[in-house]
Design a protein around this ligand. Structure first.
Ligand SMILES: [Zn+2]
Length: 464
């Protein structure tokens, strides 16, 4: 080859490289790619899934018949879309209780079962309720507690200490009532109680205390041990295997709820939008494997997603590029104007970057990187997979809507169709940015923005 020819080649090469590096984001191209998602996201369709989950089925507590019904509904939806889908059985240990005050006309009180509670047979236990103050020391428990149900108030000591004192005093059940308005979800930490431990409101506790001044009060506690939950896993393999990468992207959302909560926003919203994005992605040119995980048993400690991640082989983990997790994306509570993109360590990753960039392309700077755990992205992160959770919160304070984990988490109170639609468009665009085969190398993609352009969006939040 002649020298001048080599020179021309080198110059051409330099020109090519610099044009890639210095190209401004091509907004028309970005718009065209995003529109494949945004033009198709149908918030109404997603809302219909939320309606089935939160209204037709209702609260979907881990291990219950309702959780099983929801799992099957989700499986049917994926199968209608043509995805091979399986239900993965997840071993759990969850206790669901009810409390009936026999002496008050079999009045049923709303209870939350403590994590770490013991359980009963199907007859439950029936005994007298004996008040034991705060129950923080053994002296708080009168001798009559032996063989009966101890009633203690929240405050000044861990729930576990109260429960353990009651058990040592011979109680066959423990009722903890709140010391402030609202419900409590007690956890006993490392203490595993041999007897049921349930929590009630301050109002119900006060009612019992008043009643106990007049007469003996007898109650029945039934605490059912639930041992199985279910993940629903749908898989999309790239059609053109030759051109496909071997990477896997996991999209996840939990579909279970806490007791008594219809879980419209937590997490009918994320589950529904996952189904909607699965519908849209069906027709797109994707060169990666997508696994959709509708996780069970999130509310009792991320049990479903942890099980799912533990079942991945080392090879699958190595091929895992990202986890997009949606949990509570559509509250209508006005102050929750930001979508927090929570990564466990607060560091940006491919999920947060693509989402912040997608937000920026949509002129939306409320998609905000933050440090946060407490959802199904955590087990993915712990396995070394880039993961982030999407959750609507109030900026600065990070507060959640007041209906969180209550019977008021309904479509009527707690779902904004507009925000549901927006989440689908932005998270969907980000997901497609990572999945599509048109721009296999994200770093060279003109669709993404430069790090510099994105820098203002990466404000680090409080470490909780
Ligand atoms: Zn949740």
């Amino acid at each position: 080859m002649r020298k001048s020819k080599v020179l021309i080649l080198v110059l051409a090469l330099i020109l090519m490289v610099t044009s890639i590096v210095f190209a401004a984001p091509n907004e028309n191209a970005a718009g065209a790619f995003d529109r494949r998602i945004t033009a198709r996201v149908d918030g109404e369709r997603a809302l219909e899934h939320i309606r089935v989950l939160s209204e037709d089925i209702g609260p979907r507590v881990a291990g219950t018949e309702e959780e099983w019904m929801a799992a099957n509904y989700i499986k049917d939806q994926f199968e209608k879309l043509g995805y091979p889908t399986e239900i993965q059985e997840v071993p759990i240990s969850n206790v669901r209780s009810n409390l009936i005050i026999t002496t008050l006309g079999n009045m049923e009180l709303r209870v939350n079962t403590a994590t770490g509670s013991g359980y009963t047979d199907s007859d439950g236990i029936t005994a007298e309720i004996i008040p034991a103050g705060l129950g923080n020391s053994p002296e708080d428990f009168p001798a009559e507690v032996e063989g009966n149900i101890a009633l203690v108030q929240r405050g000044d000591a861990p729930f576990a200490q109260k429960a353990e004192n009651a058990v040592n005093a011979g109680a066959v059940g423990v009722i903890i009532y709140n010391n402030a308005a609202g419900s409590i979800n007690p956890t006993l930490g490392t203490y595993s109680s041999p007897v049921p431990v349930v929590a009630i409101t301050l109002a119900d506790g006060s009612l019992l205390i008043d009643e106990l001044q007049e007469q003996e009060v007898v109650a029945t506690i039934k605490a059912e041990h639930l041992t199985k939950s279910w993940n629903v896993v749908a898989t999309s393999t790239p059609k053109n295997q030759k051109k496909a990468t071997d990477q896997i992207v996991h999209v996840s959302a939990h579909y279970d709820s806490v007791p008594f909560a219809p879980g419209a926003n937590d997490n009918g919203s994320g589950t529904a939008m996952m189904l909607e994005l699965a519908r849209i992605l069906k027709g797109q040119n994707i060169d990666k494997e997508v696994r959709f995980l509708a996780a069970g048993a999130e509310e009792i400690g991320l049990v479903g997603s942890r099980y799912y991640v533990n079942q991945l082989t080392e090879d699958e983990i190595n091929r895992s590029l990202a986890n997009f997790n949606m949990d509570m994306i559509a509250t209508s509570w006005e102050p929750a104007s930001y979508m927090y993109i929570n990564t466990v360590d607060g560091q940006p990753n491919i999920v947060s970057e693509s989402a912040v960039a997608a937000g920026a392309r949509h002129g939306n700077d409320t998609y905000y990187l933050n440090a946060g755990g407490s959802s199904d992205h955590v087990p993915f992160h712990q396995a070394g997979i880039a993961a982030a959770n999407f959750i609507r919160r109030e900026p600065d304070t990070g507060r959640l809507e007041p209906w969180y984990h209550t019977p008021a988490d309904t479509i009527e109170n707690n779902i904004s169709l507009e925000r549901l639609q927006e989440a689908g468009e932005i998270i969907g665009s980000a997901l497609f940015d990572v999945l599509r085969k048109d721009t296999p190398n994200l770093e060279k993609s003109r669709i993404r923005m430069s790090d510099e352009a994105l820098a203002p969006f990466f404000i680090k939040g409080d470490q909780q």
